[in-house]
Design a protein around this ligand. Structure first.
Ligand SMILES: [Ca+2]
Length: 165
């Protein structure tokens, strides 16, 4: 194994937005692994709040993930779900990860249906340059479209700041 071992642990804050389209919400179990730029990764993490119905249509859910490997730059996420519940299908808009106590956000635009029992890999959109992207041309174009959509969505919180000028 060429991977370096991460002994240091840290907590992460994860925000997940479920799409507001029809039947976007789910009760399925959502699991995720974070991968960093050095080949390190977290354990399998179940995104789950005990007393809350997570992943409902149009909602942003927050998860506090404790004591996971302290990664450097989170470059990639591995995301999957099971088939639990009626209408387990799930449309995810995006996932944003932060290390607790840090302002750096790792944003993963998704904007797609997450199929059951398939491990989906998503890359950090800020670092994805065409020349580094091993994915096919078609895939790249698709991601660019999603990225544009994501940026538009992100402009909403900036609105009032622009008005202040
Ligand atoms: Ca739910």
């Amino acid at each position: 194994m060429a991977e370096t071992t991460v002994n240091k642990k840290t907590d992460y804050i994860v925000h997940v937005r479920t799409g507001d389209r029809k039947r976007a919400g789910t009760d399925a179990n959502i699991r995720i692994i974070f991968h960093d730029n050095r080949g390190n990764k977290t354990d399998k993490i179940r995104l789950h709040n005990v007393f809350k119905n997570d992943f409902e249509c149009g909602h942003i859910d927050e998860f506090v993930i404790q004591k996971q490997a302290e990664l450097e730059t989170i470059e990639k996420i591995e995301l999957w779900r099971d088939n639990f519940g009626f209408g387990s299908r799930w449309y995810c808009d995006y996932i944003i990860i932060k290390k607790k106590g840090s302002d750096t956000e790792y944003s993963f635009p998704i904007y797609r249906w997450v199929k059951a029992d398939v491990h989906h890999f998503f890359r950090l959109h800020d670092t994805m340059l065409p020349q580094q992207d091993p994915m096919a041309e078609q895939r790249w174009k698709e991601m660019q479209k999603k990225r544009k959509k994501y940026e538009v969505a992100q402009k909403v919180p900036d609105g009032p700041a622009q008005v202040k000028l």
